[in-house]
Design a protein around this ligand. Structure first.
Ligand code: ATP
Ligand code: MG
Length: 308
């Protein structure tokens, strides 16, 4: 049986009367990249903070590396790395000093610190920046330093809370290469993101809304469950007007969303009927493609269902 790194059962956190995390149950296997997705305020950070032993659950249980988050917080802390949403690097220290500081906090001795420092700076490509002050670094490099600080003690489970927020696409790709490699080496990665393209790196994902997990599974499983049909992608000369016409045909349209100049639509209408409905309203078709739904389609559709 495959080893389970993170397990929760009805994990719940209330702040006063407000339920931030509502009976959340899931498991993450060793070596998996598990993505947590959800709108702002969905409860992702609160879940991570409970799993890292920084916040006490109101009810329910959780285990990380086999240790109970309600009872064995110190055992957990030794085995995890946490890169928080607003990661805390020391701006007035150099990259090397930051790494040494975090290694010290995790209890590594001087010989081990030296060894790990060399290893991690090569792995995360920080060698050229070691003696620079953190405050002088661009955002994408700061983010890599924060990751290096979170994993210098070689933890088994790594929690990354929006690690790529505000980072350009090239650096995001580089960052994900590092995450893929860590997973390949057997590290378990629990990561939150708002970037839908990043979920392609995740072995499994959970979609969270208002404190609840509304769906979890592999990307293929989730896509298949919600879109047994393919999706039409249409381009017209007036997408907003076309959207408004189509959205009023509620009984024929199962899903519709605007993506810039394109409309994504799942409908019981066939191609000809769809074209006719639009052209009869004097809107000109420029393109019609049949494609697979994107994760963004899945996400929007799930959230809409919740709100109905
Ligand atoms: N210490 C706290 N006291 C009161 N409410 C809190 C506290 N921490 C979080 N919340 C609330 O709990 C909800 C979930 O917050 P959380 O930070 O977990 O969301 P999130 O999914 O991480 O959002 P984001 O994508 O914006 O980071 C929010 O409504 C937030 O305002
Ligand atoms: Mg958050």
């Amino acid at each position: 049986m495959q080893e389970i790194s993170v397990y929760t059962n009805n994990l719940t956190k209330k702040f006063g009367d407000f339920i931030a995390v509502d009976n959340v149950s899931f498991e993450v296997k060793k070596g998996e990249i598990y993505g947590f997705l959800g709108a702002n305020g969905a409860g992702k950070t609160t879940t991570i903070r409970m799993l890292c032993g920084l916040l006490k659950p109101t009810s329910g249980e959780g285990f990380v590396c086999g240790f109970n988050i309600n009872e064995n917080v110190e055992d957990i802390k030794k085995r995890i790395g946490y890169m928080s949403q607003k990661f805390s690097l020391y701006n007035i220290l150099t990259v090397k000093e930051n790494l040494e500081f975090y290694a010290g906090i995790y209890g590594l001795d001087n010989i081990l610190i030296k060894e790990r420092l060399k290893k991690i700076t090569e792995k995360i490509d920080l060698t050229e920046n070691l003696d620079k002050l953190v405050e002088d670094l661009p955002g994408g490099i700061k983010q890599r330093v924060a990751l290096a600080c979170a994993i210098i003690h070689e933890p088994d489970v790594i929690f990354l809370d929006e690690p790529t927020a505000g980072v350009d696409p090239i650096l995001r790709k580089k960052f994900w290469n590092i995450i893929d490699e860590l997973s390949f080496q057997g590290k378990t990665i629990f990561v939150t993101t708002h970037y839908m393209d990043e979920v392609e790196h995740c072995h499994r994902i959970a979609l969270m809304n208002e404190g609840k997990i509304i769906k979890d599974g592999s990307i293929d499983e989730i896509k298949k469950q919600f879109f047994e049909k393919n999706i039409y992608e249409i381009a017209v000369d007036n997408p907003v007007e076309a959207y408004n016409i189509l959205i009023n045909k509620k009984n024929k349209i199962r899903y519709i969303s605007l993506h810039g100049p394109y409309i994504h639509i799942i409908t019981s209408l066939n191609k000809e009927q769809l074209i006719q409905l639009i052209t009869v309203n004097n809107i000109k078709f420029t393109e019609l493609n049949i494609s697979e739904p994107t994760m963004e389609d899945v996400f929007v559709s799930l959230i809409k269902k919740q709100d109905m």
